[in-house]
Design a binder for this molecule. Structure first.
Ligand code: G6P
Length: 371
């Protein structure tokens, strides 16, 4: 009913708007009385965590893109090699896993069969398993050595939204926790990063206040048959997620590409009028921003219709943006938390305009309990 949906037309739209609170709740109560970071249930000793020499993140669908974002942050903060693998691929390839491997299973429902079978396989090889999950007492956290719960509240819509953003937050917490235990970051650095994380609910709320151009864009693009998404660094998983949302909800053929890989193939797809979303990283000391800016120029020069997600005052992108979706200023690693939101909204709105059931897309299930 409309009441259950809080006055929104779809659970998905309601859940998109719940993200500031979901992220805030996921960050709540993560310190002990000495200011040290604590997690929900960590039944792995600090000694064992110091011996970990490899992390493998396993997940499916949207959760696997949260895992890709996590890899960047975890490797940067902890210097532990971290790979991301689709759960359905993991156990069928004889993966190298042992007692010093930390397997991180990300699953909103905690019941996805592919992910469950993967962690069972990992445990047989004596790996330590940590679950990032939104569902208290679900099978995956029950069968894990440790859990970080994303306190997003129930997610009803099949397509994950607040599940995704809170998974990213939980993985940042994991990365900072490991950095604390292993001493790769000092207490004050961790406190500074936690301070920036604490500003994210407001940043997401600001993005949600500026959705009008995105709604208009959905109306303009309702007849499109192909849409591309480009991003680099943590913007790459954002591009993948933007494309997945369009496939799932609007049944549009959409692809996400690493912007730097464009020249190695996908640029051949660009033709006059093709819609291309480009996620522009924050301007910083590294070259990242300028590299993606030049990728934007390349597609624009070949006739693409560009939708550019960039910091609100990033004037350099303006000449190449048919539409600008402004983002608040945040650091590079945290940008997925704000950049994903307009893409969720775009897919939700476009699917609504096409008359699709946004909460129950065809052929999909919220939690897939068969392999
Ligand atoms: C299903 C859903 C996706 C979701 C995936 C993983 O395929 O349709 O939206 O991302 O499962 O779900 P999980 O509960 O493991 O995060």
């Amino acid at each position: 009913s409309a009441a259950e949906k809080g006055g929104f037309d779809w659970f998905m739209r309601k859940e998109i708007y719940e993200q500031p609170k979901a992220v805030a709740d996921t960050l709540l109560g993560r310190h002990d009385e000495n200011g040290r970071l604590t997690l929900d249930e960590v039944r792995i000793s600090e000694e064992e965590l110091r011996r970990i020499d490899k992390i493998i993140i396993i997940a499916c669908g949207t959760a696997s893109y949260a895992g890709l974002v996590a890899k960047y942050a975890i490797e940067h903060w902890t210097r532990i090699p971290c790979e991301v693998e689709l759960a359905s691929e993991f156990r069928y390839r004889d993966p190298i896993v042992g007692p010093t491997t930390l397997v991180v299973a990300i699953s909103q429902s905690g019941e996805t069969a592919d992910t469950l079978m993967a962690i069972r396989h990992a445990r047989e090889q004596h790996a330590r398993v940590l679950a990032v999950c939104n569902t208290n007492g679900a099978t995956i956290p029950r069968e894990s050595d440790a859990v970080i719960y994303t306190h997003a509240g129930p997610e009803i819509s099949v397509a994950s939204t607040k599940g995704f953003t809170t998974q990213i937050v939980a993985c940042y917490l994991l990365g900072l926790y490991l950095a604390q235990v292993r001493g790769t970051k000092f207490g004050d650095e961790i406190a500074a990063l936690m301070g920036e994380l604490a500003t994210m609910p407001d940043a997401i709320a600001r993005v949600l206040e500026g959705m009008d151009p995105v709604l208009k864009l959905a109306a303009d693009f309702a007849e499109e048959r192909v849409v591309l998404f480009l991003g680099r660094h943590v913007g790459y998983p954002v591009a993948l997620e933007g494309a997945l949302k369009l496939k799932e909800l609007a049944y549009i053929h959409a692809e996400g590409f690493a912007a730097g890989e464009l020249k190695h193939g996908p640029i051949a797809l660009i033709e006059d009028g093709l819609p291309v979303f480009v996620v522009i990283p924050p301007r910083g000391r590294d070259m990242l921003h300028d590299k993606v800016l030049s990728n934007l120029q390349e597609v624009r020069a070949r006739g693409a219709r560009t939708v550019v997600l960039a910091e609100a005052d990033d004037h350099e992108v303006l000449p190449y943006a048919d539409v600008l979706v402004p983002l608040p200023q945040v650091s590079t690693l945290l940008q997925p938390l704000v950049a994903t939101v307009p893409l969720q909204m775009f897919a939700c709105e476009l699917a609504t305009l096409k008359g699709h059931d946004v909460d129950q897309p065809r052929n999909l299930a919220k939690s897939v309990t068969v392999e």
